[in-house]
Ligand binder design. Structure first.
Ligand code: GLY
Ligand code: MN
Ligand code: MN
Length: 453
């Protein structure tokens, strides 16, 4: 998990038709579980808006992850309303059919077909939202929604509450409790079901193939963007909708810029290339980093640092097991890296003292992982009641230690501008964990796949 979250993921799918992997019963079951947890009340979750890019061009559309997790429906202008209590109702608001718009922009389900196809009890036109919602909220004790995600949406929701309140003299009352829907949705999204894991395996497989293609194609003299093109082409050829986040293709000193995205420099013989890139498939992200030599052979100094990061990753992965705390893999990686940095004369002192004083952060300044799912930095708390939470089967996370060595007088010159990260995706299993991503990783494996005779 990086300290600062980046603007990952403004590459988004255009498809508005039903995905081949969609299994509608699963989405209805998810909604039922949410309704059971909520009890009496109403939950309202909107999908993401279309976002203008410039003039009348839009960014490729990508639905909201919470909304899609509840519905499997990926048209813009849609809202799901779940009414809890003794008579639960699953209600969808979506765009009307519109022959002219469909000629220009493509298929829309319309409320009737959407209700049937996506297993809703009721469906209405999106235009009816303001008309219907006050009635649905009337005399309900609780309203759950994604508080604060979007100011315009907050204002719209408050408007419905005020409409209900305006009818107080007629005996209506508005929900007196308001709750963040994330309190239930995040916890459910955190534990992946079989359907989700199948999609994540596919995203991982496509992304693995793209990293192998990138290793095979890389030569001194090419540019970072040519390797990025190979990755993007590989994602699409593998059937992915889009990259899961903006690709980082960082050669030489650029690898020490954690969120480098320019990807425009020539690749120099003797430099390393750090690639942090992965695909989104079926709305699920992979997240992979590999760091390999532009010329196919690690130098001695590069190998020393690389093998240290690799050992730290192995220790961290070994700490991903049910019952261990979220932070155990990070602690394991920090210990391994700190000892290694002493051995390489990057740090001076004893391991415990350097960990205590956080001296290691000069070269390892981000965290070792984050939840992974529909969002690359996925939903879910990391601490419960002030303590790092325990890992349980079905949680998916990244394991991504690294070292980033900027030039400085007190740093051995052979290590200057070496930036290395190794990142894989893992799912916690009953016994330990399963690694979902597997591009070549050892020095021998990487050099073998890069060999071109
Ligand atoms: N690609 C974003 C991250 O590794 O967290
Ligand atoms: Mn990551
Ligand atoms: Mn990454």
């Amino acid at each position: 998990m990086w300290e600062r979250l980046i603007g990952c993921g403004n590459w988004i799918t255009k498809s508005v038709t039903k995905s081949a992997d969609m299994d509608i019963a699963i989405y209805r079951q998810r909604r039922q579980r949410v309704i059971e947890q909520m009890g009496e009340g109403v939950m309202v979750v909107a999908t993401a808006p279309e976002v203008p890019r410039n003039r009348d061009s839009h960014y490729p559309y990508r639905h909201d992850s919470y909304f899609y997790w509840l519905t499997g429906f990926n048209e813009p202008e849609a809202v799901v309303v779940l009414v809890g209590g003794k008579n639960p109702r699953h209600i969808l608001f979506c765009r009307e059919k519109n022959e002219e718009r469909e000629i220009w922009d493509g298929f829309r389900f319309g409320p009737d077909a959407a209700r049937e196809t996506f297993a809703f009890d009721e469906a209405y036109s999106f235009d009816k939202l303001d008309e219907k919602l006050p009635g649905l909220l009337e005399n309900q004790p609780l309203l759950a929604y994604l508080i604060g995600r979007d100011m315009a949406w907050d204002t719209q929701v408050m408007g419905w509450l005020n409409t209900v309140r305006s009818k107080a003299r007629g005996g209506a009352h508005a929900p007196s409790k308001m709750i963040d829907a994330r309190i239930w949705l995040d916890e459910m999204r955190l534990i992946k079901d079989g359907h989700e894991l199948a999609l994540m395996r596919r995203a991982a497989g496509i992304s693995t193939a793209a990293h192998i293609a990138a290793m095979r194609t890389t030569r001194p003299g090419q540019h970072e963007y040519e390797i990025e093109a190979e990755l993007l082409s590989s994602f699409r050829r593998g059937g992915a909708e889009a990259p899961a986040y903006n690709s980082i293709v960082a050669s030489g000193a650029n690898a020490c810029v954690l969120h480098y995205v320019f990807n425009n420099k020539p690749l120099r013989d003797g430099d390393l290339l750090l690639i942090d890139a992965a695909a989104e498939y079926g709305s699920y992200a992979a997240d992979i980093t590999r760091t390999f030599p532009v010329n196919g052979r690690y130098s001695a100094a590069q190998r020393d640092v690389y093998e240290l990061v690799l050992a730290a990753q192995a220790s961290a992965i070994n700490a991903v097991r049910p019952g261990n705390a979220w932070n155990d893999p990070h602690d394991a990686a920090v210990r391994e890296l700190t000892q290694g940095m002493i051995d390489l004369k990057l740090l001076e002192g004893d391991v415990d003292g350097l960990i205590e004083s956080e001296a290691y952060k000069r070269f390892y300044m981000h965290r070792t992982g984050h939840w992974l799912g529909m969002d690359v930095h996925d939903a879910g708390e990391y601490k419960l009641n002030g303590e790092w939470r325990s890992l349980v089967p079905g949680m998916t996370l990244t394991v991504e230690p690294g070292l980033y060595i900027r030039p400085a007088d007190d740093v051995p010159k052979v290590f200057w501008n070496i930036g290395i990260r190794i990142e894989d995706d893992v799912v916690v299993t009953e016994e330990a964990c399963e690694v979902l991503t597997n591009p070549p990783k050892t020095v021998a494996e990487v050099e073998e796949v890069m060999r071109h005779d």
